[in-house]
Design a binder for this molecule. Structure first.
Ligand code: AP5
Length: 216
């Protein structure tokens, strides 16, 4: 299964990606997670990306496209992949289409997680993320088994810099201006599947798997 997850900040892409990637036995490739891992390691890529991420802006395509191309050339994609947070504008979607066409491995689907803005703000303001594996939790909706510690790896949970109210506002504007047009792009490609991403996390996962199992 070669899949991209599309949806606004806080739609639950990272939350659903971990279950979908496990179900289909494919790697979860999150551009946001790659940037944050680089930031933690203080690499030049991380330092460059931080300038944009902290303001809620997109990291320039020249940086992001090369990074994704490198990742898609690694040798663990025999079952496919799940891209989360990429593409994020039509130019990136066109680059991805070209990379995959060159490899003869086109996408099977673009899965859109649909959620309203009020729910998004409540999700992002209450989100806590693992400082190590980046698994998302929520102070009310998705509590960890042990307060302040990740269920996967036990590392401390932190609040992301870009989950501050003023940055959330800008991320939502950037989504509407730059990312939403990829919904029409994938609709025109005949690849778009939209599901409601409001409700219980496991029910959303089931609905995503049911929708994806109909993909040829
Ligand atoms: P990125 O990390 O991709 O952030 P995002 O798209 O803004 O998405 P989020 O991670 O905020 O949300 P999510 O949809 O994964 O939701 P989650 O599952 O965590 O990007 C960050 C930045 O990196 C960008 O702003 C940009 O600067 C840069 N960047 C990344 N990719 C780029 C690209 N391609 N080009 C250029 N720049 C790029 O869930 C959110 C919360 O809700 C959690 O607390 C969770 O527990 C909770 N939750 C989840 N599901 C439910 C549910 N069903 N009910 C209740 N609560 C729920």
């Amino acid at each position: 299964m070669r899949l991209v997850l599309v949806g606004p900040p806080g739609a639950g892409k990272g939350t659903q990606a971990q279950f979908l990637a496990a179900h289909f036995s494919i790697p979860h490739i999150s551009t946001g997670d790659i940037f944050r891992a680089n930031l933690k390691g203080n690499t030049p890529l991380g330092i460059e990306a931080k300038k944009f991420m902290d303001k809620g802006e997109l990291v320039p395509d020249s940086v992001t496209n090369d990074m994704v191309k490198d990742r898609l050339n690694q040798g663990d994609l025999e079952n496919g992949f799940l891209l989360d947070g990429y593409p994020r504008n039509v130019a990136q979607a066109e680059v991805l289409r070209a990379i995959l066409a060159e490899k003869g491995t086109p996408l099977h689907a673009a899965l859109e997680l649909s959620v309203n803005n009020e729910e998004i703000i409540s999700r992002l303001s209450g989100r806590r993320s693992c400082s190590n594996c980046q698994r998302p939790f929520h102070i009310e909706n998705e509590k960890p088994a042990v307060e302040g510690a990740c269920d996967n790896c036990g590392s401390p949970l932190i609040q992301r810099e870009d989950d501050k109210a003023e940055v959330i506002k800008r991320r939502l504007e950037v989504y509407a201006e730059q990312t939403e047009p990829i919904i029409s792009f994938y609709r025109n490609e005949g690849l778009l599947i939209t599901i409601s991403a409001t409700g219980a996390v496991n029910e959303i996962t089931e609905s995503a798997i049911a929708a994806l199992s109909r993909v040829k």
